[in-house]
Design a binder for this molecule. Structure first.
Ligand SMILES: [Zn+2]
Length: 255
């Protein structure tokens, strides 16, 4: 599979849309094309050059900076299916938790419901041979997680530390925003562990971090995936994993 990141609102929201292509068939989906003026020209040039065959819009959740471009994309590119959570703009298909579908011949997609940031949040785990990736929207960021707008700490604990943690450790993470620099600053306040220091150095040296880290890495440098770690428990003054998650989110919110 080929993944092209399309940054949107750089310097403001620092969002990413992602174009995912099954190379043998050129069948492609566009994930969260929320700002069509930044996404459509790239897609049009690839369509004109016969590099892609656009088959669907895929959304990670209903927020305007993820699903708000759907209607303009549909009027520019024709009547594509919109695969996403049930509150996403003009959605036509909401896959069940664990439901699989294909992109072209080789890419298998599995929808993982991860309610908390929004109740309709879905992560998409994709496999092509031994290449494994997950698009996590605003649920999991590199070194962080989304705010609990529509859910609670128990739901985020389940999303991160059960659903996403169960993916193979070599699964590369593609989040909905580039937030790593500020996330790792918070992680460093909570823990000085080596993997966190390493992530800090990487984020200082690189503008983009999507696809550079795996679920296995997140388990080491993301404090929200270390709620069982005695060091993180001491820093929060809690031991119950859900209470640790809640305390971390409150600490990060007030940073
Ligand atoms: Zn969001």
């Amino acid at each position: 599979m080929h993944i092209q990141s399309i940054p949107m609102w750089t310097g403001k929201g620092n969002n990413y849309a992602y174009l995912v292509t099954d190379e043998p068939t050129k069948k492609s989906v566009i994930i969260d094309p929320a700002n069509p003026p930044e996404v459509a020209p790239e897609l049009k040039s690839q369509l004109a050059a016969n590099k892609i065959d656009l088959t669907a819009i895929v959304n990670t959740h209903h927020h305007w900076d993820h699903a708000g471009g759907n209607d303009d994309m549909l009027s520019e590119f024709g009547k594509l299916p919109v695969i996403g959570g049930k509150e996403c703009r003009s959605v036509t298909k909401t896959p069940a938790h664990g439901e699989e579908f294909k992109i072209g011949d080789r890419i298998t997609v599995r929808a993982l419901h991860t309610p908390c940031h929004t109740q309709d949040s879905i992560c998409y785990f994709m496999e092509d041979g031994d290449q494994r990736v997950v698009f996590t929207g605003d649920t999991l960021f590199i070194g962080g997680c989304g705010r609990f707008f529509e859910g609670d700490a128990a739901q985020m604990h389940s999303a991160l530390n059960q659903t996403l943690a169960a993916l193979p450790d070599d699964t590369k993470v593609y989040p909905g925003h580039e937030y790593t620099k500020s996330n790792v600053k918070f992680c460093l306040q909570v823990s000085q562990a080596d993997p966190i220091k390493k992530l800090h150095a990487f984020a200082e040296a690189n503008q983009q971090t999507q696809g550079q880290f795996t679920i296995g890495d997140e388990k080491l440098h993301n404090v929200f995936m270390r709620v069982q770690d005695p060091e993180i428990q001491r820093a929060t003054g809690k031991t119950d994993p859900v209470e640790v998650m809640a305390a971390l989110r409150e600490m990060k919110n007030s940073m």
